[in-house]
Design a protein around this ligand. Sequence first.
Ligand SMILES: Cc1ncc(COP(=O)(O)O)c(C=O)c1O
Length: 390
Amino acid sequence: MDIPSHSLYLIPDLPPADAILPFLQRMEEARWYSNFGPLVCEFETKLHALMSAHERQTQARAIHLTTVSSGYHALELGLRVLGLHRGQRVLMPAVTFTACPLAVEHAELEGVLADIDPATWTLTPTIARSAAQHMDIAAVMPVAIYGVPLPTSEWDEFSEDTGIPVLLDAAAAFGTQHLLHRGLVAFSLHATKPLGIGEGGILAGRDPDLIARARRYSNFGMIDRISQVDGTNAKMSEYHAAVGLAQISRWTQIKGRRKELFDLYRQYLEPLRGTLSLQPSIETAVASLLMLLLREPIAHNVLTDARESGLALHQTYLPPLYSHPYFAHLTVVNMHGAAIDEGAKVAMRKENMVNSENLFKRLIGVPFHSFMNEQDVALVVKNLDSLLSF
Ligand SMILES: Cc1ncc(COP(=O)(O)O)c(C=O)c1O
């Protein structure tokens, strides 16, 4: 595969067709294509083993999980089973993917967008505590931004102290994000994520009842074909589980490749340390994106110039969600927890969301995918260096 490192910032790394074929043949023999078939069950068992091994290092309690059709559905189902009431507020960071406020809206709740912490680029328990002092917050959805896992003990403490449930969006942090003791964690298996299978998601936690309810919700709320509660169709198909089973056996290889690439970038970016910095704690992630914080607020110009020179830079999760027309009506909360009036002018909202705006002005993402080699990394960094020298 001959892919110019310049022209694409992300290329999915999924298993080759011949590795998926044996699983598809099993599916064909069983004539079982969805509804928690043998491949989905086997995939869940393997996911459970991987996640339990990771948790064991922290000597945690048993974990429970259910697969779903997407990371988005893991979020929506998570919200559905937390026992919230229609119209209650869910706090989330302003810098995240649109799936977060959409899941909140579709679960008949009201999203509130919080400014982020400048040190971690995400919504922290400190910000959430301040917000909860200013308004009623029924649940919090922190996000493991760009796949960097969040500290679970702080969020468990938050939940214990405030009684507010937490649904952690760890979309891109499979393999590194530990589970909460008190809340739920959602993962995405979208093609762009480290454990990509095309489309898919996982909802995981320690409470077997919550996970069982989410599983039932994902299958029309039925038990023995009788509707007991509300529901939807968010099941993972056997086709996706077939890809998942082929992909999970490549997990060590995927992690290794990403680590190699990350180490190369770190080495090549070292001379540029005066003009940019890496994402805080990025070394704790299985990186799927590599985001760089420029010292100067020139991201917009750099992106424009890069486009002209053919270098594929990006600003994933930016601009912040309150700048998207569809989410412009949502309440925003600054880093001190104070709500900015819903009727406030756009400029005033931006003025208050200091850290989100700062990220928008300074953050760029560079090409990062398994098909890059050392020359590609060297070329990207050389081009970036020349763009930053103007
Ligand atoms: C932070 C975040 N949350 C949720 C999602 C939704 O996941 P999916 O695409 O699997 O529905 C994504 C996907 O990119 C994401 O980045």
